[in-house]
Ligand binder design. Sequence first.
Ligand SMILES: NC(=O)NCCC(=O)O
Length: 394
Amino acid sequence: MDSETKSLESIINNNLTGRDLDEFNRIYYGRTNHHEVQIKDTSLVAAKENDFEIAAYAFPAKKEHTRPPRIVKVGIIQHSIAVPTDRPINEQKNAIFAKVKKIIDVAGQEGVNILCFQELWNMPFAFCTREKQPWCEFAESVEDGATTRFLRELAIKYSMVIVSSILERDEKHADILWNTAVVISDTGNVIGKQRKNHIPRVGDFNESNYYMEGNTGHPVFATRYGKIAVNICFGRHHVLNWMMFGQNGAEIVFNPSATIAAEAGSEYMWNIEARNAAITNCYFTAAINRVGYEEFPNEFTSGDGKPAHKDLGLFYGSSYFCAPDGVRCPGLSRSKDGLLISVMDLNLNRQIRDRRCYYMTQRLDMYVRSLSRVLELEFKPQVVHENDKCKDKE
Ligand SMILES: NC(=O)NCCC(=O)O
């Protein structure tokens, strides 16, 4: 693993210039001009002082005759943990709060309307260890846990909707755990929650030892700034998961993730999946990943005959936004904390739907029939053999 590579963007910018760079940008990002948005000097100073990256890009839409523009400023934050994982649970959590608050404050000063963090942002991603203690103690109530209480104040202060992925303790239902994204309104109230629909069973992602597949379906949260949804990490490999958020009217879908470069997480797929979802569903997407290595006190094995180890691998950051036409912005770095801001005109969603007709040509009725056949116990795959053709002729 080459943790020295700063980002895909650094490789490109260090090696391409002039027409080659323009052509790369046109073909890869979808536009030669990244539409960089100016960041306040005070924010740049805060980013430097607190050692995080900050960048902002716009996704404009065409002017319409009948609708005013619907401009929304959306922020995503990627970060590493703040203190070693052998420290007491509350110390670890509070240290993350203190570090991330400095980034949230900058997002607030930049006028961010909707902010989303990475998956389980307030804790190390400890499920690789398969140990229940002390990691289950990070779990909290959605409504009045320490994390929701901490964010409520900031949501009100900055009139910001905040999407916060936490380990949920469902006290009303026998204390069971869930992997849950909490959507906090700019009023400070919890609008609702999304529980992770697809739980990985790959590599060291041993999450299925801790919580089950979510039971909240595909809710879309109607916020003051737009309709948003949350596709939690592993759900990004599942096209129907993305699709259902579109069917329910999502305008922006966040993908808070915890993923590594190895096959289990697959860095080469990262730039494709949330982007492809934006294209096929004609909505904005935001993919957010953790940063850095997280070493745990005790060694664990991966069940592959290789030596025991203490960390999952490098969480490679690289968070990015993609627009409904498939145009994306440069990502954050692979190794540094960061705030990425996108100024998006939500009118672009309908403009692209009108132009490309992906919804109109979707043939859901055909797939509903085909899928119900697939689920039958006696299902026979629709495969045609050469000999079948000969039989037809006889
Ligand atoms: N957090 C999580 O679901 N990771 C699974 C590995 C992947 O990213 O596909």
